[in-house]
Ligand binder design. Structure first.
Ligand code: ADP
Ligand code: MG
Length: 757
């Protein structure tokens, strides 16, 4: 010991005190002694200073050692206290030791002083060290208790027998019991939902078999006092050989709930929602993905997003992903996505970067399936294109008709005047050619939807049955027909001739696609609205009928498929195809509010699928008017002929004059009215074109009616639009003749109107 020993010495005898010090010093214990004699001095010294040792006499004039010991125990119990006294009885000595004195030495036996002091000092040291250790332990325990208490998780110690020995306040709150109700009284299993108990026991055995401090995670439903199960995650680890477990429990009910909410939002969304890793790997998908692409979700989890993208969209998509990843916000992008069946869906993609703590964690994407919208847009474009071409075609057909009419007329004049056989043959050829021309015009007009269509309740099976024998007659024998007609198929409301034309055009195409022969299958069936809506969401009628026309021919490539309904689109050589067949089909289907779809692949044949609304009960049957051919008589009445096309005017005039009629002509409506005003008493019939310059034929007729309410007229036209038709029908005008007309048709009509009462 280097520093000196500080001693508080209670002793009235200076001599004795010095003696004791010298003995200590002799033993090498340097002493710094504070000698006190009174109670006051003793207490004062104890309070104000620090000592290594207290030595005390037993009895003093004004104070006593016993009281001093009491004070020392009270104020500085750590300082060893040794009595050095001449008089101390055995009882007093024992009592003093019991009261905390380290030792006692009789003045007569000072030889014991040194070992007594040394032992006292040693004991004090040990005691102090223990104190420090205990203090540390207390502090550390406190620290752990604070941690145990202040951590946000519920914690408990579970003994080997399953009893809970310690809990923190979070646990108590979670369970709804007080500390006293739980600790030492409740078993941990009481907090576990019965259905999760087996799992818990399994885990418990596992943890028991493992080393100390191995942690296991486990989720189960926690049952507290309120018996409302809470979803929790628990960490368990064994902390002692005895098998004590520490469990910490996190209530994740709220998190699960909000997760659940988000999940159901994502699952029930109408858009595909997905997430990508920073490198573009698909990490999650919702069920819409399946509907959109036909792939199972699992098939694409973990795969690269770009593998789904159409190669034409790829460079742009990769660039977009790069931009999004570097923080740009992009407008929705259209991307073509591979479907399982090999086709492509068009998705409108919105991509967002998922950034946390300035690090790119991945990307979120929402994709809206706009395939259908795109198709409709495309169809609309197609429809408006057809519309304008239709207008054009209508116009051309009108003029063309007049030309054909003229040719036809002159042929019949020549026919009557010459007898040479060769001549007759040429005429017959011209006649056939003109009729083919007229057929073409009819196609054009149907396509332009400018023919007179007469809708009626129609059984498609009847049309088909009527058509097939004719086709079998005219098609090569290598082409076989197969019919799958549903006898129950509902009637449709359509024009007989148009329906005829639709089936004919489809069959002719099938024939052309099978130069080496094959099969044409025609099918009819009733279909529900829902079935049609799956392909055509805009389908609104209650019931539809289906007509399928399939062949086993050469099929079509994508290029042809993209254009086949366009007018004048043909892949057949010049003089072979007109490219009007399918545009007519399309036009008819559309005018009936139906739908058409085609499936085909090169060398795989072609199927056309047509859907027509079934006729409702109100659309009643109308009978067809068939005119029988008969020899038509002429007459001597006067006819006012109004026609702007000079050649045709002259032709019709000479035809009528040949039949004995007197003909007055007018080139336009105004002239016609002027003539009629002055000579109407001599005019029996007016034969007028409807499409006249300045004033149309119908208005001309109305004016004439004002002059003479009994005026009779026949109106001729290449086409009459529906509105005009309605107006005329409402006014009772039914004497309309379709151009081009053969001479007989006009003679018959003229005679018919003149002879009417
Ligand atoms: P056209 O028959 O005068 O060529 P269409 O409008 O009827 O005109 O048909 C247009 C094109 O569509 C045809 O030229 C042909 O390439 C294709 N096509 C139509 N139907 C079929 C079919 N059944 N098989 C293969 N190709 C077809
Ligand atoms: Mg065709």
């Amino acid at each position: 010991m280097n520093s000196s020993l500080t001693i508080l010495y209670l002793e009235d005898s200076v001599h004795d005190a010095e003696l004791v010090c010298s003995i200590l010093e002799n033993e090498g214990l340097r002493c710094a002694v504070t000698r006190v004699e009174t109670e006051k001095e003793f207490l004062n010294a104890l309070r104000t200073r620090q000592f290594d040792l207290i030595i005390s006499d037993f009895s003093l004039p004004s104070f006593d050692g016993k009281t001093a010991l009491t004070y020392a125990q009270q104020f500085a119990p750590e300082i060893p206290f040794v009595f050095v006294s001449g008089t101390i009885g055995e009882d007093a000595a024992i009592e003093s030791l019991l009261n905390g004195a380290s030792d006692y030495v009789l003045k007569q036996k000072l030889s014991r002083l040194i070992p007594a002091v040394r032992r006292a000092l040693r004991e004090a040291d040990t005691h102090r060290e223990r104190e420090v250790a205990e203090q540390r332990l207390r502090e550390s325990e406190n620290r752990y208790r604070t941690i145990f208490e202040s951590t946000g998780t519920a914690m408990a110690l579970v003994e080997d027998n399953g009893n809970i020995s310690l809990t923190n306040s979070v646990f108590q709150a979670l369970g709804g019991y007080s500390k006293d109700e739980i600790e030492g009284k409740m078993r941990f299993r009481e907090f576990i939902h019965p259905d999760d108990l087996n799992k818990a026991i399994g885990l418990y055995n596992q943890v028991k078999g493992e080393g100390i401090a191995t942690t296991r995670e486990f989720d189960f439903r926690f049952i507290g006092r309120d018996h409302v199960p809470k979803d929790v995650v628990m960490n368990v680890s064994r902390i002692s050989e005895a098998g004590t477990l520490v469990v910490s429990i996190l209530d994740i009910t709220k998190r699960l709930e909000s997760e659940q909410e988000f999940r159901s939002l994502v699952e029930s969304a109408h858009d595909a929602i997905f997430s990508l890793s920073p490198s573009g790997i698909i990490t999650s998908l919702n069920p819409v993905f399946e509907t959109m692409t036909g792939w199972a979700m699992n098939a694409w989890l973990g795969k690269s997003f770009t593998d789904l993208v159409h190669k034409d969209d790829l460079p742009k998509t990769i660039e977009d992903l790069r931009l999004v990843a570097s923080g740009y916000i992009l407008a929705p992008q259209e991307i073509h996505i591979k479907r399982k069946d090999g086709s492509y869906a068009v998705g409108e993609f919105t991509l967002t970067a998922l950034v946390r703590n300035n690090v790119l964690r991945g990307m979120f994407g929402i994709a809206r399936d706009v395939t259908e919208r795109k198709r409709l847009e495309q169809e609309l474009r197609q429809a408006s294109k057809l519309e304008s071409i239709g207008t054009l075609a209508g116009g051309i057909a009108h003029d063309f008709n007049n030309i054909l009419g003229i040719i036809l007329g002159y042929i019949s004049i020549i026919e009557n005047s010459k007898d040479d056989e060769h001549f007759q043959h040429s005429l017959a050829s011209i006649n056939t050619a003109v009729r083919r021309g007229a057929g073409l015009v009819k196609q054009l007009l149907t396509f332009a939807r400018k023919t007179e269509s007469k809708c009626m309740r129609l059984h498609v099976n009847d049309v088909i049955k009527e058509l097939i024998p004719f086709l079998q007659e005219t098609f090569p024998k290598t082409i076989l027909f197969k019919l799958h007609l549903d006898n129950e198929v509902l009637p449709v409301n359509a024009d007989m001739n148009q329906m005829h034309q639709v089936l004919l055009n489809l069959c002719v195409n099938a024939r052309d696609a099978m130069p080496a022969g094959g099969e044409v299958t025609i099918e009819t069936a009733n279909v529900e609205k829902e079935t049609v809506q799956q392909q055509f969401p805009e389908a609104a009628e209650d019931r539809y009928i289906y007509i399928g026309v399939s062949d086993t021919g050469i099929g079509m490539d994508d290029d042809t498929l993209a254009h086949l309904f366009e007018p004048f689109f043909t892949t057949k050589g010049i003089g072979k195809g007109t490219g009007l067949g399918l545009s007519v089909v399309y036009g008819v289907v559309k005018s009936c509010n139906g739908f058409i779809r085609v499936t085909s692949a090169p060398a795989k044949g072609t199927s056309f699928h047509l859907y027509f609304p079934a006729a409702t009960a109100e659309e009643t049957a109308e009978s067809e008017i068939t005119a029988a051919w008969k020899e038509i008589p002429g007459g001597s009445e006067t006819i006012l002929l109004v026609e702007d096309e000079e050649a045709l005017r002259e032709l019709v005039r000479s035809l009528l004059e040949d039949k004995g009629y007197r003909v007055i002509t007018a080139v336009d409506g105004e002239e016609a009215i002027a003539i009629y005003a002055s000579r109407h008493r001599h005019i029996h019939l007016i034969l007028s074109d409807i499409g006249l310059p300045k004033l149309n034929g119908w208005d001309v007729f109305l004016k004439m009616r004002q002059i003479n309410p009994a005026a009779r007229a026949i109106l001729a036209s290449g086409y009459v639009d529906n509105k005009m038709k309605e107006t005329m029908a409402a006014a009772g005008m039914t004497d309309i003749i379709q151009k081009p007309y053969a001479p007989n048709e006009i003679f018959e009509k003229v005679r018919g109107v003149l002879d009417r009462e």
